[in-house]
Unconditional design. Sequence first.
Length: 390
Amino acid sequence: MQQRQDQVLDRPTAILAALALSAIGALFYNMLPVYLGIAQDERQLDFARTGLISGAFFLGYNLVTISAFFWIRRVSWRKVFFATLPLGAAALYLGALIENYAGLLLSTAIAGGAFAAIYGIGTTAVGDTPNPSRWYGVKIASEAGLGAILFLVLPGTLIAWRGLEGLVIGMVLAVALLAPLALGLPRGTANADQDELAHESNSMNRGRHLAIWMALAGTLLFFSGQTTVWAFVERLGSAGGFEPESVGVLLSVSLAFAVSGSLVCASLGDRWGNVLPFGLACSVFLVALLLLAQSATFAFYAAGTCAVMFSVGMGLPFAIARVAELDLEGRYVVLSVPAVGIGAMLGPSIAGALADGEGLAPILAFSATVGITSALLLCVLSTRQRDHAV
């Protein structure tokens, strides 16, 4: 079954469609900081109610992507895309117009679910390419690139004109420009031989299944640690006494390092496999934490911040590619999407609770712990289970 999909997704138009769907599906998440800031100002929300908007998005996001395990290989990908795209766009726009806070939460959750379905299809499709490591790297870079373009264009144009509504209009226009590329998307496995798929599923032994779950757990923990540092990196700068303007410029520069990490992944492809490069990304992450531990010096703080973003840009594509490598059925790779979402939800919350009243050192310690554990799960244990399964 995987071989059949590889033959379909070896076409440039199909790969471009998969990348476009991933960029569309990740757009709301990438623009979330701006969305939340404008919503807080326009609706006069406190931080708790503003944070719930993000929670509503991830609620819809995770529910849909977890359920995708059961439908991702049983439906027409094109039909799902062209059904969920207008739903997500309409929900976003209504949320920008509705003054009621509960309505804003509901519309955000619906948008999260709609864009998650699109993102799940894009992620699964990239996993069906002949060289997932390379294309996952391009995928992450393209998602960040689209967000960076909108960050530059929208504040002085549509946002200045219409605020939150202008932001949403800009996002919808970007989505509309990318949508025609979805016509190159294969139909998925809606017409595939389900008996053959079931046979492959039954023949897959427990060792390989366990290896997949370990790789997924490693992906979740890796992104949890990365998100934890990203969530509190501005606070680290503030604790170091650095000027807010300098910290803001550094955070913008660090996003370029995330893109460069993804491009390194794309250039390597599967030349060294997925395990060794992921281990290297984890090593870079741990070195970054050591630098951030010395964040009283701006040079160390800046180097650590940029290294963190480089490691996530490089490591996350290889982690997902590892899941795709183990996933002979092509169904489990979509679970990497909720793994990332759950990791993003849990990491900062747990680390914040640990750091309450104890300074920021526990945050770095927590991130180091989950980083080491993710490397152990994905690089060591999943490999052993896979080898036993062969």
